[in-house]
Design a binder for this molecule. Structure first.
Ligand code: NAD
Length: 436
């Protein structure tokens, strides 16, 4: 099939590449000239495990091409995916300008039947709006489908190739059949393609992300309470998670969720509720608790240094909002680092992939280390913000020698408390006993 993808970020590029991998002819359109140039030169512009191999393979096979011309994209694809940003607007709602502006152009430019597929995360009613905007100018038949994306950065290729489910929101039989045909190679093991109306599909994505953000936040509250009463959140988590109604995943406490999706999607659903006189109280609590959770270790670090962080050097391991990505949008590390800098601390930071993005934001305010141990060299303490695998089994002896004080503030609960005690560290994590 001939496919076009408008917007080649984390979602668009993975979508385009994976659809090319199953034999489709794909053109990816992006407004960012430098990005398109990079991709034409065979460079993957983001860090996403396993993407480079299939990216290269499909370019070589001429199934994957890149352009800045929307017109070229619209002429090519019978199915046109919108994978455009829907960032948080000032009032918390989703900014639909990217999606609606491109829709306007689509209406003016399409020449034959097209299925316009919205992969961006958008509020209920957007498919209807897109339909109306295109219809204003279109001189040919078209359908609009809502097909929210559930991939996770860091596992995006795997998630796209082997989705647990695909949601297709459509009231057109013709468009639904095309979508089923396109996705058939990805659901051969029997995972469902769930067809529903457009509004329900749009809400499914917000409901899923808000539920996951709530699950994390609930666990963070349990962790905070564990610290008050001397319970161990790891044990509570294991006990709770073995109940199949609850499940083991998304129960790990820490310094809050971040990323390009959960924060904006929870706020957008709350705002969409407000616009219909519905007060999502639970989401307001999630937003408030998560915001406080991001800096929950800050007072503990200050307390350790007798409320004087001025001139202290803190090593920071992990800057991306989660492991296996270079994405730093809304990362808890940012809140922690801003808090520490405002108290006069110096920061020696390391992340396997996110340094270039952090550098764009913090410039020369941070000292960028080449390795995890270069960051801890002569630092007064270590702070961990992201659970990259390479941090999981450090050389404790080396760490102790390098740090001026053998103290670790762990926002991701990477280490066993008793092991850290035995190794002679002062160790502060989330929801477990601290050792001194
Ligand atoms: P992104 O910011 O990484 O990428 C968006 C791309 O669109 C950029 O390359 C940008 O240059 C391009 N763009 C902007 N305006 C354009 C235009 N007029 N024409 C062509 N290209 C244009 O965004 P993303 O993370 O891929 O997210 C896209 C959508 O998917 C959002 O709605 C997001 O909420 C949703 N989503 C994201 C994820 C994720 O993990 N990142 C997962 C599921 C859903």
């Amino acid at each position: 099939m001939k496919i076009s993808v408008i917007g080649t970020g984390y979602v668009g590029l993975v979508t385009g590449t994976c659809l090319a991998e199953t034999g489709n002819e794909v053109i990816c359109v992006d407004i960012d000239k430098a990005k398109v140039e990079k991709m034409r030169n065979g460079e993957v512009p983001i860090y996403e495990p396993h993407l480079d191999v299939i990216f290269e393979r499909n370019i070589k096979a001429n199934r994957l091409r890149f352009t800045t011309s929307l017109e070229e994209g619209l002429d090519h694809g019978e199915i046109i995916f919108l994978a455009l940003p829907t960032p948080e607007d000032e009032d918390g709602s989703a900014d639909l300008s990217y999606v609606l502006n491109v829709s306007e152009e689509i209406g003016k430019k399409i020449k034959g039947y097209k299925v316009i597929v919205d992969k961006s995360t958008v509020p209920v009613g957007t498919a209807e709006k897109v339909q109306e905007i295109i219809a204003k100018n279109a001189t040919c038949e078209f359908d609009v489908v809502s097909n929210p994306e559930f991939l996770r950065e860091g596992f995006a290729v795997d998630d796209f190739l082997k989705p647990e489910r695909i949601i297709v929101g459509s009231s057109s039989e013709k468009a639904t059949d095309l979508m089923k045909k396109l996705y058939a190679p990805f659901v051969r093991s029997g995972n469902p393609i769930i067809v529903m109306d457009e509004k329900s599909a749009e809400l499914t994505k917000y409901a899923a992300n808000s539920f996951l953000a709530t699950k994390i936040t609930f666990m963070n509250e349990i962790a905070n309470y564990c610290e008050k009463v001397g319970a161990d959140v790891d044990l509570v988590r294991a006990g709770m998670g073995s109940d199949s109604r609850i499940g083991k995943r998304f129960l790990f406490p820490g310094i809050g969720y971040g990323g390009s999706c959960f924060p904006k999607d929870v706020k957008a659903l709350r705002k969409a509720g407000k616009d219909r006189d519905y007060d999502f109280k639970i989401l307001s609590s999630v937003i408030e608790i998560n915001s406080a959770q991001k800096t929950i270790l800050l007072p503990k670090i200050e307390e350790y240094f007798n409320n004087n962080l001025y001139g202290k050097t803190i090593a920071v391991w992990g800057l991306a909002f989660k492991p296996e990505t270079d994405d730093i949008r809304e990362a808890p590390s940012i809140d922690m680092m801003e808090g520490l800098l405002s108290k006069g601390a110096k920061l020696q930071v390391f992340d396997p992939e996110a340094i270039p993005n952090i550098q764009k934001r913090f410039g020369d305010k941070l000292i960028y280390a080449e390795s995890m141990y270069a960051a801890t060299e002569n630092a007064d303490a270590l702070l961990i913000c992201t659970e990259w695998s390479i941090f999981r089994t450090p050389d404790y002896e080396k760490l102790k020698k390098q740090l001026i004080n053998p103290v670790v503030f762990d926002g991701r609960n990477l280490y066993n408390v008793n092991d850290m005690e035995a190794e002679g560290f002062t160790y502060v994590s989330v929801g477990r006993k601290s050792v001194n």
